[in-house]
Design a protein around this ligand. Sequence first.
Ligand SMILES: [Zn+2]
Length: 110
Amino acid sequence: MHEMSIMASILDIVTKTAQGEKAAKVTRIELAIGTRAGVVTDALTFAFEAMSPSTIAAGAELMVIEIPLCYRCPSCGTETTETLDLCLECDRFYEVVRGRELQITSIEIE
Ligand SMILES: [Zn+2]
């Protein structure tokens, strides 16, 4: 379950950010996770519940926003969320532009 090590890095970043802001505690963490990021949200939530109590993020709310997969044609710029291999206009292969990311989008502190 690599979600444990991912959560360890997230908590590390959150802790450093909170300390940098001289916060007493973290109240909310928001993550954006692509549906193709290779991360299981439930496992990540479990890792957060297991690991956060010993950190400054103890008791914080964890919000996960799922980013659907999105493709873009490198030639004409057409974007689609459908699983197509080739652009209908230009016959070029689509590139994945969203859906593989894993980002901390916001941290709320007190
Ligand atoms: Zn195209």
